[in-house]
Ligand binder design. Sequence first.
Ligand code: GDP
Length: 430
Amino acid sequence: MVKAVVGANWGDEGKGKITDMLARESDIIIRFQGGANAGHTIVNNYGKFALHTLPSGVFYGHTTNIIGNGVALNIPILIEEIRSITDRGVPAPRILVSDRAQIVMPYHILLDQYEEERLGGRSFGSTKSGIAPFYSDKYAKIGFQVSELFDEELLGKKVVGVCEIKNVLFTHLYHKPAIDPEELLTVLHEYKEMIAPYVCDVSSYLDQAVRDGKNILLEGQLGTLKDPDHGIYPMVTSSSTLAAYGAIGAGIAPYEIRQVITVCKAYSSAVGAGAFVSEIFGEQADELRRRGGDGGEFGATTGRPRRMGWFDCVASRYGCRLQGTTDVAFTVLDVLGYLDEIPVCIGYEIDGEVTTDFPVTPMLERARPVLKTLPGWKEDIRGIRKYEELPENCRRYVEFIEQQIGYPITMVSNGPGREDIIYRESMLHK
Ligand code: GDP
């Protein structure tokens, strides 16, 4: 049985927590896209962790954690992350890395930095992790697969060829020092030693695992609105954030993905530039940011303050639809307990007309939120384990949003810990 945990919005919906929670019943957890540019925050009995590359199943001894071929693999960051968790008492996790995963090269990270410098104020708000240059090279067919590290002759030739191309950009566009192919080769030899213990033919491994009836969890990064095709292009990430891509980025049959758990946060947050219709500002935003998540809404990788907003039904319905949602996990609901009234965005007004369909980017830039205000519940709901025991206004909030987005909310998260979860039977479509 293969399940996917993905985000409906801009990322930071709390996927890490839901994945960590579902990992208890999983044999295998797989990252299938993205790189070390975003992070998941997980709170468990070992402490609080920000993971960037490792799948969120690494805290359970019984799991196998896989970096799929779709991931942008930063080898030193992966090794450092393994060390950072084992240093804090987590038993060494079982990790496999696809022999077809491609490697984030040192020059990808430099290119990200140089390009941001060149763009100045017109930048995209990149995390400068080399992700966009990495995926550009992958599709330009000048990327390096993990397997290529183990073919010395091929590697030597390829490094020389790629440096020729990159050095034109480095010296002429960016006016920076050229890359030395010999030095780069030395780095790649180090990468080879670091990654060798983990390399595996992942799709073949997973084929057997599916046949053996293992429980497999695909872990997405970011959310629908950051998808390069269906998101707010060009303010998107460089690999698909959709559950469907799990089949490609892990190497399994698409029809094996039976359950798609789409994570929606009870309010909105976003990082980086781009249209954000339900965004709020000033003291209102500061307060939600301060109270949000577990210790404030600040980037897990960059520490940047996140942009804040009310729940957006238009974006979330669209986000759930593109994921092929079977279940919605509605997270961080406890945080809203301080508000007397809670505005929710139920439509977009664009050029004088109201729509509930999420538009293409040029129209999105002109959209204004249509808000509906729901009563707050003014109570701390942490620790509640049964849906019926939530305050009435809190249940109304959940049910209103479920009606608006049209996908069943079957899990409500009311705290950062593994046990802070309420399962509910959805009345939608009944
Ligand atoms: P992800 O990348 O989608 O996993 O999201 P992040 O890790 O960036 O953001 C989620 C944050 O909210 C983390 O700090 C989590 O510990 C925290 N969190 C997750 N679920 C809940 C919840 O239900 N309530 C509260 N208060 N915090 C939560």
